[in-house]
Design a protein around this ligand. Structure first.
Ligand SMILES: [Zn+2]
Length: 217
């Protein structure tokens, strides 16, 4: 009598646990869909965004509304063809993500609400080995984010679709494979898409980077 009454009770308990776990498994499925976590901060970067050309690993931008400007005068001005390449890479690789890119024709360079990304053409301060570089000029209100990121790429043909994809990825917090968790070979693992180094021949953002962006913003 006791045995008979306990058995069904145990089955009901098992069924309740299974139902309770199901939503957790769905959430974990989304989080683990990416091949690697290469969004700042990872277990291989510092935890806080540090400004400057020799600052921290690339930081996050402060939110999903990304305002960008392309230098249109002076030392770091982009030529029309280079502006077209920047726009093509943003349209092709970043507009399909959860980020919303907006061109800011009246950029803000100080105070709060600075324009998020400033694209420049030039080589000042770049290491000899680098075609381009992204750095944070002003940290944001959160330890992991940056209020204003600079992207500087050399002139004379260096501004390519793949390089714009690569540097724009850094400007929203994506890392090379050696700073990802788990680490991936930063030169050869094609799951890194255009975040491969060098990015030549790898113009696509790719599923891993998209999933990291969409899980963050
Ligand atoms: Zn890079």
């Amino acid at each position: 009598m006791n045995k008979l009454s306990r058995r069904p009770a145990r089955r009901r308990f098992t069924a309740m646990v299974a139902i309770a776990l199901a939503p957790l498994l769905v959430v974990a499925g989304v989080a683990w869909a990416a091949a690697t976590d290469n969004m700042f901060p990872t277990s291989h970067t510092g935890g806080a965004c540090i400004a400057g050309m020799n600052g921290s690993a690339p930081c996050q931008t402060d939110n999903k509304e990304v305002y960008f400007y392309m230098d249109s005068a002076g030392e770091y001005e982009l030529e029309a063809v280079d502006k077209q390449t920047v726009n093509s890479a943003i349209d092709g690789e970043y507009r399909p993500t959860d980020l919303a890119f907006h061109y800011d024709s009246s950029p803000v360079f100080s105070g709060s609400g600075e324009t998020d990304i400033i694209y420049q053409e030039g080589s000042t301060g770049l290491p000899d080995s680098a075609a381009g570089m992204t750095w944070c000029d002003a940290v944001g209100g959160d330890v992991r984010d940056c209020d204003q990121q600079y992207i500087r790429i050399r002139g004379n043909g260096y501004i390519t679709y793949a390089r714009v994809c690569h540097e724009t990825g850094h400007a929203v917090g994506l890392q090379h494979g050696d700073l990802a968790s788990p680490q991936l070979n930063k030169h050869t693992d094609t799951r890194l898409g255009c975040l491969l180094t060098p990015s030549d021949g790898h113009p696509d953002l790719g599923a891993n980077n998209r999933e990291n962006i969409n899980a963050t913003y």
